[in-house]
Design a protein around this ligand. Structure first.
Ligand SMILES: C[S@@+](CC[C@H](N)C(=O)[O-])C[C@H]1O[C@@H](n2cnc3c(N)ncnc32)[C@H](O)[C@@H]1O
Length: 272
């Protein structure tokens, strides 16, 4: 990308369409039309084009305001990358690949993409906090609604055997790429939800919205081993009682409240 670009602006008093036809005919550069104004931008100088237009104005015997400027190009990708910062949650350090890892922390790399889960949202960071506190090595874990895979990766980094699922195919694809990026592996993955498995897990995590949690509550519970841990999140505090009522047969061991978002950790006392 060049450091500069050139911008030629034409504001004809009349014959706008003729100017538009002319510009279209004599340049392949980007042309923006803005309320009777034509803006041509190029990384190459536009002096020749401007000369041609001036000759055209003379031939037409008309008037047209012309401005010609050299402007600084902005590296939008770099600027965007600089706006994406690493985030520290408990023993975890979640960062984009262009930031350095932090000594003494469990490193997770997540680059911004379409799938939800960079670690910045309250619901994700609350789940990471819960994984940090309640998930120990060698546990079997199901991450329901894996998104970017961030929670499953956190569990895998703690030495767990991890399965992932999401109703959105793109997320399952992104998650696989993110596992590779983080040098960890998962055991099984599928497109869909908890109703597609008959397996039972030591830990089930679901950061999904309240309505979906209510809808799949019994499926989530069916996936739990006796003494298994269930971490749910994505609940706006105004919906918490409605969600809790679906899980009142579990023992509530932690409630995390960050801004308006709530997450809950339960322990299963019996097998469903
Ligand atoms: C808020 S994102 C959570 C992403 C990531 N786990 C995190 O904590 O940042 C919710 C994800 O759940 C998925 N999802 C929605 N309904 C679902 C369902 N019934 N079963 C499984 N996944 C679902 C969405 O596609 C989305 O990727």
């Amino acid at each position: 990308m060049s450091k500069y670009y050139y911008e030629l602006t034409l504001k004809p008093d009349a014959n706008y369409e003729l100017f538009l036809d002319l510009v279209n005919a004599i340049t392949t550069d980007a042309i923006e039309e803005l309320d009777g104004i034509l803006i041509i931008r190029s990384e190459e100088e536009l002096d020749d084009l401007m000369f041609g237009i001036k000759e055209f104005i003379k031939a037409l015997n008309t008037k047209c305001q012309i401005t010609y400027e050299k402007k600084e190009n902005i590296d939008w990708i770099k600027q965007y990358q600089q706006s994406v910062k690493a985030v520290e949650v408990g023993n975890f350090y979640i960062r984009p690949s262009w930031e350095e890892k932090k000594d003494g922390k469990i490193d997770i790399i997540i680059n911004p993409a379409l799938s939800f889960g960079s670690g910045h949202h309250e619901t994700t960071s609350s789940c990471i906090e819960a994984i940090d506190e309640f998930v120990t090595t060698n546990k079997t874990v199901l991450d329901v609604g894996t998104g970017s895979g961030i929670l499953a990766i956190a569990a895998a980094k703690k030495g767990c055997i991890v399965d992932i699922c999401d109703t959105d195919e793109v997320c399952v694809i992104d998650t696989k790429a993110n596992f590779e990026l983080n040098g960890v592996t998962f055991n099984d993955s599928w497109i869909g939800s908890t109703n597609k498995t008959a397996k039972k897990y030591d830990v089930v995590i679901a950061n999904i919205v309240a309505d979906v949690l209510v809808m799949i509550a019994s499926d989530l519970k069916k996936c739990l081993n006796e003494n298994g841990i269930l971490i749910i999140s994505g609940i706006l505090d105004k919906h918490i009682n409605r969600v809790l009522s679906k899980f009142n047969d579990l023992e509530q061991i932690k409630l995390i409240h960050k801004n308006e978002w709530m997450s809950v950790v339960f322990k299963n006392k019996k097998e469903f």
